[in-house]
Design a protein around this ligand. Structure first.
Ligand SMILES: [Mn+2]
Length: 349
């Protein structure tokens, strides 16, 4: 599926910037010319993933385009009509543009242009993989340094703080019409991926974008409230349970979230995205890890690190990926074995 064309392969860092401008121009041209689009992000989407697809989705809609927006994983099935639905993490359910989202099973058979956003590998498109192959144009917009460049046009910028910022660059280059709804989605992507402007990917570009989004009426305190001050008492009970059992081994703080923890507290796994930050906040911890049991009995390992420690290398060893300071993978081994292998791999960093 790797189909890089020579025009978007950059060999040296000196021509990198020019090359990226070329990619933005190519994407802008495609957006102007094509009429129907499929926008997709990675399975188990985070704030940047959802903010990016909705931000670009709303922008395309405003230009009068036909858009189908989704990610390759439906998990809620409606008993009455047998239909499946996407699960939208509760903390993002305030976002404008949610009406654009459809279940991946309804994906159109053909499209002029398929755009993957914030998706580091073809695999992460989940059950939208087949659908992407039928597109005449396949675009990949992402800031993960390990992106496998699986599309026809690959706009990959690892210096970008969030994929939402790359969407912002495209709209800016197109001199497109931004509005408060689009700006809110893009701000959400930026604020969540930079850890509220605290992680090492927080750079000048992040603040330049914020400055511009504020002009379109984005209200940071409102978004903060919706995303970070909107937990349920059940979530706090789960948090208590998890924190009570933190383990700390050679500068790695880790904790388990089992299916029985989730079931007995009544918390959905999608609500637990921020849990890991409590472990990360331990002064002596260089790496924080949360190991979550999914409903199919696998273990989802999330890793966070500080400074120069690159946890994406460890995630990569186990078939996952991510960024230097935030990465993850999935393990089919039992819990004990998963921990043993994880700690061994982290030792080598
Ligand atoms: Mn991202």
């Amino acid at each position: 599926m790797k189909q890089s064309s020579p025009q978007n392969v950059c060999f040296s860092s000196s021509d990198r910037k020019e090359c990226l401008n070329g990619e933005i121009a190519l994407i802008s041209k495609t957006i102007r010319e094509k009429k129907d689009f499929i926008l997709a992000t990675h399975i188990q989407p985070d704030g940047d993933a959802i903010g990016s697809i909705l931000g670009l989705g709303l922008f395309l809609k405003k230009m009068g385009k036909k858009v189908f927006v989704s990610w390759g994983q439906s998990s809620k099935s409606d008993e009455q009509n047998g239909k499946t639905n996407l699960i939208i993490p509760k903390q993002y359910s305030f976002l404008p543009g949610l009406e654009l989202l459809s279940d991946p099973s309804e994906c159109p058979k053909t499209t002029e242009c398929f755009i993957a956003l914030d998706c580091a590998s073809f695999e992460r498109l989940g059950n939208l993989k087949e659908c992407s192959k039928k597109a005449t144009f396949f675009i990949n917009i992402d800031h993960h340094h390990d992106n496998s460049r699986f599309a026809h046009i690959n706009y990959i910028d690892e210096n970008s703080p969030a994929t939402a910022e790359m969407v912002y660059q495209i709209i800016k280059q197109m001199e497109g019409e931004m509005d408060r709804d689009i700006a809110t989605c893009l701000y959400l992507g930026l604020v969540t991926d930079t850890g509220r402007f605290q992680y090492s990917n927080t750079n000048k570009r992040a603040f330049q974008m914020v400055l511009s989004l504020l002009d379109y009426g984005v209200i940071p305190s409102e978004i903060f409230h919706n995303v970070y001050e909107n937990v349920t008492s059940s979530y706090l009970r789960l948090l208590g349970r998890v924190l009570k059992n933190i383990k700390f081994v050679s500068e790695v703080a880790y904790a388990k979230v089992s299916q029985s923890d989730l079931i007995s507290t009544g918390v959905e796994i999608e609500e637990t995205e921020n849990l890991i930050n409590f472990l990360r906040s331990i002064g002596e911890a260089k790496v924080a890890a949360i190991i979550k049991e999914t409903s199919d009995g696998k273990w989802k390992v999330s890793l966070r690190s500080k400074n120069k420690i690159d946890v994406s290398k460890v995630a990569g060893c186990f078939g996952g990926g991510g960024h230097r300071n935030a990465a993850g993978y999935s393990s089919e081994k039992n819990y004990g074995e998963t921990i043993k292998l994880m700690l061994e791999a982290l030792k080598d960093l």
